[in-house]
Design a protein around this ligand. Structure first.
Ligand code: FAD
Length: 415
């Protein structure tokens, strides 16, 4: 298995549980997640629930009841409460990447799964009815029955040159907050100037018992502008953010250097071959997209579940990985399509897309079936992925009870 991200760690745990011998290869000397926060949707939580990890994960995260996006003139551009899903008590969970990684990695270590760090995979080759990985120092792994490529969107395993980088990325920071801070605790909130500027705040819980609660703060930025941003005094950028959303001033005050923010690039790509001879790709190594819909990690969890189920049901490794990709293909294609369609409404220089977002999509999404479809899309549940994989939603009232008591506020800070 190549990669210790959500896909690789989850697949390793599930395969181990089924009695397979698993080795994880990771490029970093110390496995670590890169980046700030992410949203765990009901789709991903369904997998964690069946692994017995949902409550542990939920306790480290923050409950998110809705997405709220407001454009520069105060008009609601996106309003998506989980309540519209029609599932009692369902919610999303904002979580620091380190928290999700920590839960999965601790489980991997406690299962005695072998993790080989400092192994940067460059490619893989077949041999003697198996396949092995080749590393950047020209050594190679021993031959395995199956190589699972979970090395993310920049996977080098038999993929040739990677394309698909999107023009916009985003600056991200995790910022500690106090109970008195004036932010809405149970919302993922965003502010937009057309689609060219976006600032957002996502509560992401606390990384460990007793550690402060944090929020992920993000600012949309064109890739080509990143270098210039770095050369410009931080105060100039802060003024620009304040103009769009003055109420995040208290967060900006806690950013003191450019180095407090990490620039994340996004790629939209689907691998030509989801599986091959003794090789299967899961997570971003198969399909990656902008995080606008907040699905990537959740899709990775579903892929990992499908892989374990496929290998259980298939009579051979080849049949197992065929089943895996067959069960996941439609859902993946659907979300790749929808994310590609949605992203320019929130990150682009185009004028028409944000206009459609504000004047058409936002009003429409308040009504009956459209509201329900939007909630399903956001939750990762559109296209019946759980039914295909024999999964169920977690018991959200039990999850809510397990989470640290917070003081929820449904009041968004005013624009
Ligand atoms: C800023 C940002 C915000 C996001 N927000 C959300 C969100 O809200 N919700 C959501 O569901 N998703 C979100 N995503 C997407 C999500 O992070 C990814 O879809 C998810 O991490 C994919 O998991 P993965 O395990 O497939 O890949 P990764 O998380 O990329 O993990 C790949 C692993 O492989 C290792 N690796 C890479 N190359 C090699 C190599 N050559 N050799 C060995 N090891 C290697 C890496 O070090 C890493 O450990 C966001 C992404 C970004 C960038």
């Amino acid at each position: 298995m190549a990669g210790c991200g959500p896909a690789g760690l989850t697949a390793a745990l599930l395969l181990r549980r089924d009695g397979h011998r698993v080795t994880l290869y990771e490029r970093f000397e110390t496995p670590r997640p890169l980046g700030s926060g992410l949203m765990l949707q009901p789709s991903g939580m369904a997998v964690l629930d069946r692994m017995g990890l949902a409550e542990t994960v939920a306790r480290r995260g923050a409950r998110i009841d809705a997405l709220l996006g407001i454009e520069e003139h105060g008009r609601i551009a996106l309003e998506a409460p989980y309540a519209r899903l029609g599932v009692p008590d369902a919610f999303g969970i904002g979580i620091h990447r380190a928290s999700l990684f920590g839960v999965l990695y601790e489980a991997v270590l406690s299962q005695g799964i072998e993790v080989r760090t400092g192994h940067e995979v460059t490619t893989s080759r077949t041999s003697d009815g198996g396949r092995y990985l080749v590393f950047s120092d020209h050594t190679h792994s021993y031959t395995h029955d199956l190589i699972v490529d979970a090395s993310g969107w920049a996977s080098r395993i038999d993929e040739g040159e990677q394309r698909g980088l999107l023009p916009f990325g985003a600056l991200w920071a995790s910022i500690p907050i106090t109970p008195d801070d004036p932010h809405a605790r149970n919302l993922l909130e965003q502010r937009y100037r057309r689609a060219a500027q976006m600032v957002g705040v996502l509560p992401i819980g606390s990384r460990s018992e007793g550690a402060p609660q944090e929020v992920a703060f993000f600012w949309s930025l064109r890739r080509v502008d990143h270098e210039q941003w770095h050369k410009t005094p931080l105060g100039v950028w802060k003024d620009e953010v304040r103009k769009l959303w003055p109420q995040v001033d208290f967060l900006l005050d806690r950013l003191t250097s450019h180095d407090d923010l990490t620039f994340a690039r996004y790629a939209h790509r689907t691998s030509r071959k989801a599986h091959g001879n003794r090789l299967v790709r899961i997570g971003d190594a198969w399909h990656s997209a902008s995080p606008q819909l907040g699905q990537g990690a959740n899709m990775a969890l579903l892929d990992a579940w499908a892989l374990a189920a496929g290998l259980r049901e298939g009579r051979s490794v080849a049949e197992g990985i065929r089943l895996t990709t067959r069960w996941r293909r439609e859902h993946v294609a659907l979300y790749q399509f929808v994310t590609a369609a949605f992203t320019p409404m929130f990150q682009s220089d185009l004028a028409l897309w944000p206009l459609l977002r504000d004047r058409m999509m936002a009003p429409l999404s308040r009504f009956g079936p459209v509201a329900r479809i939007q909630a399903q899309l956001m939750s990762g549940l559109f296209g019946w992925p759980l039914q295909t994989l024999g999964l169920d939603l977690p018991d959200y009232s039990a999850l809510a009870a397990a989470m640290a008591p917070r003081a929820p506020s449904s009041t968004p800070s005013k624009c």
